[in-house]
Design a protein around this ligand. Sequence first.
Ligand SMILES: *Cc1c(COP(=O)(O)O)cnc(C)c1O
Length: 384
Amino acid sequence: MEHRHLIWCEVERSSLIANLARFRTVVGRACLLAPTVKANAYGHGLLLAARAFLDGGADWLTVNSLDEARLLRRHGIDAPVYVMGYVSVADLEEAVALQCRLVVYNHETVEQLGRVVARLAPGTHAHVHLKVETGNYRQGLELPDALALAGRIARTPGLELEGAATHFADIEDTTDHTYARQQLARFHEALTALAAAGHPVRLRHCCNSAATILWPHTYLDLVRVGIGAYGMWPSAQTRVSAVLEGRHGIVELKPALTWKTRVAQIKDVPRGAFVGYGRTFRTTHPTRLAVLPAGYYDGYDRKLSNLAHVLIRGQRAPLRGRVCMNMIMVDVTDIPEVRLEDEAVLLGAQGAEQIHAEQLGDWIGTINYEVTTRIAEHVPRLAV
Ligand SMILES: *Cc1c(COP(=O)(O)O)cnc(C)c1O
């Protein structure tokens, strides 16, 4: 590789494609596979991941924001795009022009969509999906309100109620799926009520990665897989549930992202030296340190101070002192072959060693989702 980035991510296209192909095998041909590329594709690079997923057989892409949808369109991606987050009323015209599928749960949104579509050529449609409240209390409408909004959509020329959706609150947080089962039952009740009221929907969807891994009966017409498509498990609980439900081998996932930096300085410090801000680490023996140009500005969390390891020459080098804005110091006393500009892995594999996003998440009290999505946008993502 010819680049000399000092901090960057390498994203394995073949792993993204393979993960998606696994999910295809799991959900079958009849179900639409709609991987989500929100949050810069969980930190993997929006366009890079979108292209890999489409090559891997994605039918749709799901995003959070209109900005993400616009970026996909500007780069020539014409696959169906479903926007899961809020689009402001003022931006609905653009959303329709970009042929986004929109999730709806406000009368104001439907009203404005009606106005926008009325200005377009006759026969033009905007496709909307009704978000149904089943117990997550985030987006979504309770059944009476959902029925009312469906009625309003039906009365609005040019609007098509294409889908209905809901989202599980805790399916990945526990091995006890009582609550998720209740949510699923409420969703089916809502679908039945919509059909009975004369508003049948073609695309019913509720699956995130955990549901897709665990529960074939929840696939319905479309699945919105996120974390799993990037080769990460939704949680340890989901892994355990998969074993318990005999589905562990069905989805073998391959992490796609390696986050790297380079050794910027190697220095020998004496016994008793204080390392970094706040003097939180003091050497107990003569120590060789490597200084790496990665810090919390880049998304390497400050809570990793004195806690994490990085990989250099296939070996673990522990962090010494606090994570700085743009630098960290690691102990390479036991890796004498280290040289200036050697690659150091912050997240991912090197040789036989691997630092998982789950491990970084555990160290700082969060989840793998947050670890990879918080890798700063200025860090280049290279397809490999
Ligand atoms: C992010 C998101 C998903 C994907 O969730 P994963 O756990 O990453 O698979 C699915 N649906 C909605 C509404 C989401 O916001």
